[in-house]
Design a protein around this ligand. Structure first.
Ligand code: NOJ
Length: 563
């Protein structure tokens, strides 16, 4: 079948790698670029019929620039260097070459809302009020011994920190070690654009813009209004972030960044647009003429309960709002939130986490949009919640004013579970302690074991990835839901003029569940199925022609193509 020409990111699946814990090649306990290179074949070996590859199309690397690692790379001290922890620029060039040889694109995380406080720019900026970089950050006078206004840090406490050298405060959306750049300064813009070109020239295929709705701040530094009668225990949520998020000027900045990417062929701009954002705020980042982000990350799946009615409503809303010609993007997990099988632990106590994982996989890979997987999701990794505080690596989030220990993000960042050898095959050195401890379930939950088991979650993902790659309907067909308000199961069509695919996912253990959908039942080819958490356990073999069943079994999943 010949597929219409579309860009790689409209066809492709993105896989997020957290480099610190993906693969350690030198045995120091910390992941690195050579480790990623060694594992590329697992991600995609370039053979569409591979027995061992997952088959993804692009990797997004969480930050690899030089950094003191206070926020694990989201605090950059040199944008043109690779952090020595991960390797060298030569290693990076090799990664690009090796990835491209296999048809894998490489997306970098670009953290330019703020820098590290150790960045030379900030060191200079803070040194006096009249140095050449004096205006590269957001400096303000205090107000009667208090910070300049009421803006808060997303990580807790005031967003302003006093600097004795200047006798002024600087603003930080995140931690005090992460001062925000002043995007109103044209020199800052030009410098960031040059950094972008530096990486594009090296062959990078795109960027994920960190905190991309927070670049621009009100030029009068006005106080944010309090929300009416809001008493969230996280004070940040009690304010409307009217004056430091989503400003109209922010769109202008993203547009300018996009113009830099458009100087090159076929590059992708993804952005994190979530702080205090409604779906409308995020959708606006496509730009009035689809000239801002190609893919604005919206968090509806990440924040959804495991409930079909809610998920369907979110998908329908997004279908309605996504501009003509633009592509939606979906993900369940990332490095900032608990993994979905851990988020829905209440469900998975009474349901079966394998059933949840398979339903989630099916939905993500058959809904209309670019899917983003988070490393380990394909084998059903769960959060490691019992990491002792002294081994925690998430230092950026401040303790609450009452001294409460904050919720750390380490649990979702543990080493990739490759096999059942010590350290799960993530690292091999004498260093007994990888950067974060390996989840104790690694002997059962690992890539090697799941590749051997034809009914594993990993093989289920691999088959869905392959199905999607070969189906125009699944790639970019229209989406039509078939149940008005689903309580227990989802049923939707993906259609082009030539192909129709039906997806049915039963979220419930009720059986039998009547499948009442307004569609002709005869003549469907079975593409993939699962029942009672068993992959391809349907009565008939994959590829045979069947009728849509009247009833669904517990957790049954069916993907059918109209003959
Ligand atoms: C969002 C990133 O995803 C998160 O990990 C980081 O801590 C903040 N931005 C600050 O860069």
């Amino acid at each position: 079948m010949t597929l219409k020409t579309k860009t790689w990111w409209e066809r492709g699946i993105i896989y997020q790698i957290y480099p610190l814990t993906f693969a350690d090649s030198n045995g120091d306990g910390v992941g690195d670029l050579q480790g990623i290179i060694q594992r590329l074949d697992y991600l995609n070996d370039g053979n569409p019929n591979s027995d061992t590859s997952l088959g993804i199309d692009a990797i997004w690397l969480s930050p690899i620039n030089k950094s003191p690692m206070f926020d694990n790379g989201y605090d950059v001290s040199d944008y043109r260097e690779i952090c020595p922890t991960f390797g060298t620029l030569e290693d990076f060039d090799e990664l690009i070459r090796e990835a491209h040889q296999r048809g894998i694109k490489v997306i970098l995380d670009l953290v330019v809302n703020h820098t590290s406080d150790r960045h030379d720019w900030f060191v200079e900026s803070r040194s006096s009020r009249d140095n050449p970089k004096a205006d590269w950050y957001l400096w303000q006078e205090g107000y009667k011994d208090n910070p300049p206004n009421n803006w808060l840090s997303y990580f807790g406490g005031s967003g302003w920190t006093f600097c004795p050298e200047r006798g002024q405060y600087y603003f930080h959306t995140f931690n005090a070690n992460q001062p925000d750049l002043n995007w109103r300064n044209p020199d800052v813009r030009e410098e960031v654009f040059d950094i972008i070109r530096f990486w594009l020239d090296r062959g990078v295929d795109g960027f994920r813009l960190d905190a991309s709705s927070a670049y621009s701040k009100d030029k009068y530094f006005r106080d944010n209004p309090l929300k009416f009668a809001s008493s969230d225990k996280n004070d940040y949520n009690n304010y409307h972030h009217l004056y430091e998020k989503n400003l109209p000027e922010n769109h202008e900045i993203v547009r300018e960044i996009r113009q830099v990417l458009d100087e090159y062929d076929d590059r992708l701009l993804v952005g994190e647009t979530f702080i205090d954002n409604t779906l409308y705020d995020s959708i606006a980042f496509y730009g009035a003429n689809n000239d801002e982000l190609h893919l604005p990350f919206t968090f509806e799946f990440a924040f959804s309960p495991w409930y079909p009615g809610h998920l369907q409503r979110e998908i329908e809303r997004k279908e309605l709002l996504t501009p003509q010609g633009a592509q939606p993007v979906y993900f369940w997990d990332n490095h900032d939130i608990p993994r979905h099988l851990s988020r829905w632990v209440d469900c998975s106590l009474c349901v079966d986490s394998m059933a949840i994982a398979m339903a989630a996989a099916t939905l993500l890979l058959t809904v209309r949009g670019t899917p983003v997987l988070y490393y380990g999701q394909e084998i059903g990794m769960v959060d490691y919640d019992d990491i002792p505080p002294e081994l925690s690596r998430d230092k950026a989030i401040a303790p609450s004013p009452s001294g409460e220990v904050p919720e750390r993000r380490d649990g979702a960042r543990t080493p990739m579970q490759w096999d059942d050898s010590p350290q799960a095959g993530f690292s091999f050195g004498k260093n007994p302690q990888p950067w974060l401890p390996v989840h104790p379930n690694y002997k059962e939950v690992n890539v090697a074991a799941q590749l051997r088991d034809p009914r594993s979650l990993l093989n289920f993902y691999r088959r869905l990835v392959a199905l999607r790659r070969d189906s125009e309907a699944l790639l970019w067909g229209r989406l039509r839901t078939l149940i008005h308000y689903p309580y227990e199961h989802l049923a939707y069509l993906r259609e082009t003029d030539d192909e129709m695919v039906l997806v049915v996912i039963n979220f419930s253990y009720e059986k039998p569940l009547i499948l009442d959908i307004p569609i002709e039942r005869q003549g469907w080819k079975l593409l993939i199925s699962a029942r009672d958490r068993r992959v391809n356990s349907y009565r008939e073999e994959t590829g045979t022609t069947i009728d849509i069943p009247e009833k669904l079994d517990a957790f049954e999943i069916l993907v059918l193509q109209k003959v």
